[in-house]
Write a protein that binds this ligand. Structure first.
Ligand code: APR
Length: 241
């Protein structure tokens, strides 16, 4: 069977690029068995992520929000990187200037071995004190509720950027700088609905980058990108090498 010419073209672009940025979303982790946010399997006790991942929800009922995070931690603790995560580690090794930006908080890119990584929405395996703001690693599954800071006794919260909260300024600045100077941008498994991540693709394009999308389904990006490849991340990303 002859190879998809779009795939060949994507591979050629990547092979000759000096600078590559990859933006990933929940779709890449779906192939490791992690539920996506907007899929039916992302629901917990009939709450949507948008109802729980907010500062207001945490102020109202921190235990409920922590119970949800404990459920997610329990699921994530059993998951491992898939061939798409691994392929991005190889891509980093052979690209002169490589930057991986992820919206995922599951830690799978780091576990796979990606080095230059911006986690736009934080890390589920870190907790932050709501009083003194110290951030610490915590891999307890489940985490004893409610957790308090060892330093000041304040209530701990997940080190996650919730809906309505600002992204870490440095992380966002680094990401914008990377997309504005890359030759090729690859977008893997994101619905493109959540800002400011959703503005990174247009920013790359405005600066002349060749944009490649990989997604199971068509997205708001599909008609705008230079090249759209439909399929599972774990099947397609390794073929880009
Ligand atoms: N391979 C490729 N793409 C996939 C796969 C797969 N195996 N499975 C699902 N997808 C695609 C879906 O078609 C969808 O476009 O992945 C996308 C997942 O979309 P969302 O669930 O909306 O996830 P994401 O875009 O990462 O959400 C962004 O929103 O809820 C917040 O902070 C949260 O980081 C998250 C952000």
């Amino acid at each position: 069977m002859s190879e998809n010419p779009l795939l060949r073209s994507a591979r050629a672009r990547l092979a000759s690029a000096r600078s590559v940025v990859v933006l990933t979303g929940a779709g890449i982790s779906a192939d490791s068995g992690v539920p996506t946010f907007r899929g039916a399997d992302g629901l917990w006790r009939n709450y949507r992520a948008e109802d729980l991942a907010t500062p207001e929800a945490f102020d109202r009922d921190p235990r409920l929000v922590w119970e949800w995070y404990n459920w997610r931690r329990e699921i994530l603790a059993t998951k491992t990187p898939n061939p798409a995560h691994d392929a991005l580690v190889c891509m980093e090794a052979r690209t002169e200037d490589f930057h991986l930006i992820t919206q995922n908080v599951d830690g799978l890119h780091r576990l796979a071995g990606s080095q230059r990584l911006s986690e736009l929405h934080g890390d589920i395996w870190k907790v932050r004190c709501t009083s003194c703001r110290v951030v610490i690693d915590n891999r307890d599954v489940p985490l004893a509720l409610l957790p308090h800071c060892h330093t000041c006794g304040g209530l701990l919260r997940p080190h996650i950027v919730w809906f309505g909260e600002a992204l870490d300024e440095q992380v966002l600045t680094d990401s914008v700088r990377a997309v504005e100077s890359c030759d090729v941008m690859v977008i893997v498994g994101t619905s493109g609905l959540v800002y400011p991540a959703a503005m990174l693709m247009p920013a790359a394009q405005a600066h002349g980058a060749f944009v490649i999308e990989i997604n199971l389904d068509p997205t708001p990006y599909s008609s705008d990108v230079a090249l759209s490849l439909q399929g599972r991340a774990k099947d397609i990303v390794p073929l880009l090498l």
